[in-house]
Write a protein that binds this ligand. Sequence first.
Ligand code: NAI
Ligand code: MG
Length: 347
Amino acid sequence: MLIALLPGDGIGLEVITETRRVLDAVCGDRLTYEEALVGGAAYKAMGHPLPPETLAIARRADAILFGAVGDPDCDSLERKLRPEQAILGLRAELGLFANLRPAKGFKELVNESALRPEIAGAIDLLIVRELNGDVYFGEKGMRKTDAGRRQGYDIMSYDEDEVARIARVGFETARARRGKLCSVDKANVLETSQLWRDVVIELSADYPDVELSHMYVDNAAMQLVRNPGQFDVVVTGNLFGDILSDQASMCVGSIGLLPSASLDANAKGLYEPIHGSAPDIAGQGKANPLATILSAAMMLRYSLGMAAEADRIEAAVAKALAGGARTADLGGTMRTAEMGEAVLRQL
Ligand code: NAI
Ligand code: MG
């Protein structure tokens, strides 16, 4: 099976290197790789953050393993040439509309969480985030008001089909887990959210076995810290899901721990850590590679039919943590490669 390997920028390179070692140990030559530039690295070499060659490799691969994009050198570029456009472009071009972001407490890490240990230990939720719509993809621009002031705008919009297809993923994944779905919106003020809520309620007739609830996003942010154990599956829009999943990461212990899958209608997927390129620590060997290693496990499970291998990787990560392996984000002193080795030793 063919993997498109897209390390990207910053710590993306470092975490992908460790992940590749783990995949080699577990899958050997059953996986082949085509590596390509993406993000700031691609812009600097080829003038575009998502060059056609990279997109072509992503299209023909069975799955895509992605590091992160983002480069301070590119901050002054016009938006369509900025590194972040690469990940938005891949999501849009490949129709990757469903972003699955599991956040599960590691019992070994309850003391690293921003939460009290008894609360942190209870977290086991899945955020299902819509990825192809919302304010990120709506019309945007900069204009002058009548009074001559600069005004930026980004249109937030969803159509009912976009809501229905992500809601279905929410119901299906809830059904396969503990049967609880919480739909998060801001229906008290946003028209898009009112539609969101109506469509989710309509669809719930097909899932009588799933217990559906609704929550405003501001309350959800609070509840995620107060009592994250109450959530099973959370389905929400692109913007709210982006924010809530970073928040959920700190309930677990570190943003360096949380993997994600972005799937199309046929479960072809792009797999990446939820974090970005972390320019503040890039190139220093400080990044925690576990989020990416766990993303590779999700790739084996969801896109490549290699569930046993995925289990092996996840067990090795848990054992490494149980054995005290800690990078700086977890209060330790291990370097990126040492964390990779700690996982390899447990395989
Ligand atoms: P970030 O996720 O890169 O970093 C946030 C903070 O968490 C930083 O202090 C960083 O050092 C730390 N951190 C992140 N990953 C870590 C890891 N694996 N181990 C240890 N510490 C880790 O978010 P930030 O700083 O807002 O964005 C940096 C760049 O990344 C920007 O250009 C942004 O647009 C981009 N970005 C890209 C994403 C992607 O490629 N999917 C997602 C989020 C941001
Ligand atoms: Mg984010």
